[in-house]
Design a protein. Structure first.
Length: 99
């Protein structure tokens, strides 16, 4: 039985080439796996900004994808934006239990 080939789309949402805001989405067909939900503290030129989080607006796609969220580890630059993301997205979160 042959399955049609599906392409993998890698979408960096933050943290690429910088410390903080680590977040990446992997999309195959109607499935999206979001890896991490980082935040970072602003540089001095962002006066009045308390923290910076990645743009999580994945709803710009025409069809509503099935989404899951995976956390790699418990550092703030990898999960600090999670409370803000969960206000807007109702998705399952997967993470390893702490030791």
């Amino acid at each position: 039985m042959s399955h049609p080939a599906q392409s993998l789309t890698v979408i960096p949402l933050g943290g690429l080439g910088e410390f903080g805001m680590n977040m990446m989405a992997l999309r195959v067909g109607d499935d999206i796996i979001v890896i991490d939900a980082g935040m970072m503290f602003p540089e001095s030129e962002l006066l009045g900004v308390d923290l910076v989080i990645p743009d999580i607006n994945l709803s710009q796609t025409k069809s509503r994808p099935r989404s899951r969220h995976r956390l790699t580890h418990g550092h703030e630059d990898h999960l600090g934006a999670l409370p803000y993301i969960l206000r807007d997205l109702n998705v399952p979160i997967y993470a390893r239990a702490s030791r």
